[in-house]
Ligand binder design. Sequence first.
Ligand code: URP
Ligand code: ZN
Length: 451
Amino acid sequence: MEKIKKISSILIKNGKVVTEKEISINDVFCSNGIIEFIGDSFDIKDRILSSTEIIDAKHKYIIPGGIDPHVHFDLPIGNGMKSSDSFETGSEAAIYGGTTTIIDFVTPQRGESLLKCLKNRKKEAEKSLCNYRLHMSITEWNDKTESEMKDCVYNEGIKSFKVYMAYKDSIGLDETDIFKVMKVAEAMDSIVMVHCEDGDRIDELKKGFENNGKKEIKYHYLSRPPETEADAVKKLIEISKKTNCKTYIVHNSTKFGLDNVKAYGKNGRIFVETCPHYLLLDNSIYENKGFDEAANYVMSPPLRSKEHQDALWDGIKTNIIDVIATDHCPFNKKDRLAFKKDGFSKIPNGVGSVENRLSLLYTYGVLTKKINIEKFVNLISTNPAKIFGIYPQKGVIKVGSDSDLVIWNPDKKSVISTKTQEQRCDTNIFEGFGTRGKAEIVLISDKMYEI
Ligand code: URP
Ligand code: ZN
């Protein structure tokens, strides 16, 4: 990070101000962490003080700060290992890339109180340098779950829950318990995020490969075929229909998952997320790279074929996909390979791009004309703000909203590299990807970061 300044007021002049619907060339004046004026600053010249920071944003965009509603900082995965970014390093990387708010997770172990786990997680999350919030994961249903969920919402500021249809032996739930979670969440008007993969089928396939001594990384993706996602999406939609609960499908990776959402219709209640890696990388990596290198791309669901990638871009175009988040959860090489001798199923799952999300989507989405800049802003900021209940405080450039803003230089070129990144990891799945467009100044309330 180049420079951080505390400011009481700031005037950003001549920028192309992007909101969810339009672009206008305007000046934006913020004071005490709030957007106070958008227009010609001549009209408010009496409010400009000698201490006001004045920035010229001519030919640059002013966009609402990115909101990444799906990150895993400091995620413990057993064996004493954690995802490689802490709240401090991950949030710094987020700011560097133009994201001003992240939403991470509380993931209680079975038998652990939700509230106790939340209390501990809040202490870790406080180290975040950007705005942060937490989703509560429900990893089992017991006789305290309902009342603890209510406490979370009514007394602890939690607005969203998460359940996993995979990982049945540790944190996953079966459909009966997911129904119970959604019923309780619906009564509180909360949203439930769902990791849609058919855990039972995956465990069966995994065991089959393991029993036959198949250890290579390609068996990671072969044990999680596209149908395992699509079937889970279908089952989830049934539960969502019965409970009427607002539902958010995390990291959808397949055409078939989207087809199932399309067939039912979103009905204003189902929201879909995908991630940059499903849009820009494909599963040939698992076949073409050696074990150690391919291990860096182990994530669940896995990368898919080109056909799915194209369907995801189409899903963005047709508004089936609402949000591009990162599922940021990278691991250092040493941790990836700690149990290499036991094969693909012991490689920690997760990859990272919290720093790269905006520049990747701008370069490979906006500049290739797959999406326009307004849609870009919707996908990375406005929609997540609306879905997770922080709009219009965040996710929009509007008088009265928080001054979480990014001055985006559309011409700045870079190449993604582990050597120069802020993300704390010794790999990057987008290593060598060229980008054009970069956050140059990031404003979070009364702090200004010059990148
Ligand atoms: O591979 C992934 N996605 N790792 C992070 C944890 C999860 O499943 O979301
Ligand atoms: Zn995740």
